[in-house]
Design a protein around this ligand. Structure first.
Ligand SMILES: Nc1ncnc2c1ncn2[C@@H]1O[C@H](COP(=O)(O)OP(=O)(O)OP(=O)(O)O)[C@@H](O)[C@H]1O
Length: 449
């Protein structure tokens, strides 16, 4: 029986979800605050944690940081209002396994619980190799063509793209098309591993080599021996681990922590990032030599908003999948829905589209999907975001100088806060302003971190 923890200060929501899950045979606990949730997480291992983003004492980001710091393996799914979907997408870079939007649907929770309770936090799902879609956009087709060309070689591939653009899917595609396809494909989300444990996760350790090393541990390099190792969010590795990784790639050996003897490994490494690693190198956060080593071949996956032809193509595929999963028979989309889907900018890319379509199929009671089944924020888009949208689409947006300056200031503040590990005093120091000014600016720009 899978154990699920629901953290939400809305006691009614908590109890309702708990009841629904218990009726389906799950064991479910509830916590009405972030601190109460963390306390339970310290006491037992849950197969899934559903956590509201906005809690009175902690927000979803703080919970994720604590979960990561304590190396809690339970996958955390953030519950959010659709208006916060950009934040939810960001939270996935901080280790959230997925996000769900309110109002929650029982079927969604149950199917997520069933799926995630059988997976570990650091690896993600891959439905089946046959699920990989080429899409219809020339730029994406080109990327897939490159992926097919590089697949049979042993070259290291770096996949760049925003969250949810299908980086892991492409990595899996390369593995499946390579002659390593009868050996393991191991995917690791470097963003979900606590920094101090990354070395042991990658290379393994011997019993007693550090406090907490109670048993010998096989690292993912050894697990992937003969096959492919996919390192997602590579930019999250510490400088020290980057050095060890570079050595392993150059010498084709790994050395377990607490051991001096290197062991041979035969692993093809594919890495992915949604950061600009060249900028990370310039800022001194990423080693240039490692970047050259992992970047023997680069594949860039364009965001969905730059692939308008693919939106309806993928949407239809996900509609058919949802029909099967939910035992529904939705035949298509209304013209209005088609327009809305194309107009929206999809910050969570293909993953967001898939979630939206599945939920719409669930809510649909007619033969074709109508706009009522879509989240309001998507239907109303782009009222609030015209300037940003046109900027993304590469068309000319004439923004006043004042707006441009404040836009740049906002970006800088967000970046400084992220780089300071969400420590606002440190961010203020780095920006050379006082903490109070930083708080005023956060409020002024409505920055949600
Ligand atoms: N080419 C594709 N064909 C079919 N489904 C896809 C494809 N690419 C992505 N998807 C869908 O989108 C979801 C997200 O893809 P994936 O996990 O590969 O993205 P990602 O870029 O690695 O995300 P992140 O940066 O958040 O780790 C997948 O679970 C899958 O459902």
């Amino acid at each position: 029986m899978a154990g699920i923890l629901i953290i939400d200060d809305d006691t009614f929501i908590c109890k309702t979800i708990q009841k629904q899950l218990v009726n389906k045979g799950f064991q479910a606990d509830v916590a009405f605050s972030g601190n109460a949730g963390i306390k339970l997480l310290k006491e037992r291992r849950y197969d899934l944690v559903l956590c509201d983003f906005r809690l009175p004492d902690k927000d979803g980001l703080e919970i994720l940081h604590e979960v990561k710091r304590m190396n809690i393996q339970s996958p955390v799914v953030i519950i959010t209002a659709y208006a916060d979907v950009r934040m939810a997408v960001k939270l996935m870079k901080h280790g959230a396994r997925d996000y769900m939007t309110k109002p929650l649907q029982q079927e969604e929770i149950v199917s997520l619980a069933q799926k995630l309770s059988t997976q570990s936090r650091k690896t993600k799902d891959f439905e089946s190799p046959g699920d990989f879609l080429m899409g219809e956009t020339p730029a994406f087709k080109q990327s897939v063509k490159y992926a097919s060309k590089v697949a049979p070689t042993n070259m290291s591939v770096l996949i760049e793209g925003e969250t949810g653009t299908g980086k892991e899917y492409v990595a899996r595609f390369i593995h499946d098309k390579s002659n390593r396809n009868n050996k393991p494909f191991v995917a690791v989300d470097c963003g979900a591993i606590p920094k101090e444990l990354a070395g042991s996760e990658l290379f393994g350790h011997v019993k007693g080599s550090f406090t907490g090393a109670l048993e010998n541990k096989t690292g993912v390099f050894q697990q992937a021996n003969g096959g492919t190792l996919f390192l997602d969010e590579i930019g999250n590795l510490s400088y020290e681990v980057q050095i060890q990784l570079l050595r392993s790639l150059q010498e084709r050996t790994i050395t377990r922590i607490g051991e001096n003897k290197p062991q041979k490994v035969d692993v093809r490494v594919i890495t992915a990032t949604n950061e600009n690693l060249v900028r990370e190198v310039a800022d001194g956060h990423f080693r240039e030599d490692l970047l050259h080593r992992i970047n023997e071949f680069k594949i860039v996956l364009p965001p969905l908003r730059q692939r308008p032809e693919d939106i309806l193509f993928f949407a239809n595929h996900f509609r058919k999948m949802a029909n099967q999963e939910l035992n529904a028979d939705v035949k298509g989309f209304s013209d209005e829905v088609n327009e809305i889907l194309i107009r929206y900018e999809w910050p969570g890319n293909i993953r967001e589209l898939k979630n939206v379509i599945k939920r719409a199929v669930l809510l649909c009671s007619e033969a074709v999907l109508s706009a009522e089944t879509l989240p309001e924020e998507i239907v109303q888009f782009p009222e609030k975001t015209v300037a940003r949208d046109s900027e993304h689409r590469g068309t000319k947006a004439f923004v006043s100088l004042k707006n441009a300056a404040s836009g740049a200031e906002k970006e800088l503040i967000i970046r400084a806060i992220e780089e300071a590990g969400y420590n606002k005093s440190k961010a203020a120091r780095n920006l050379q302003i006082d903490r109070k000014t930083l708080y005023n600016k956060i409020k002024q720009y409505g920055i949600d971190i």
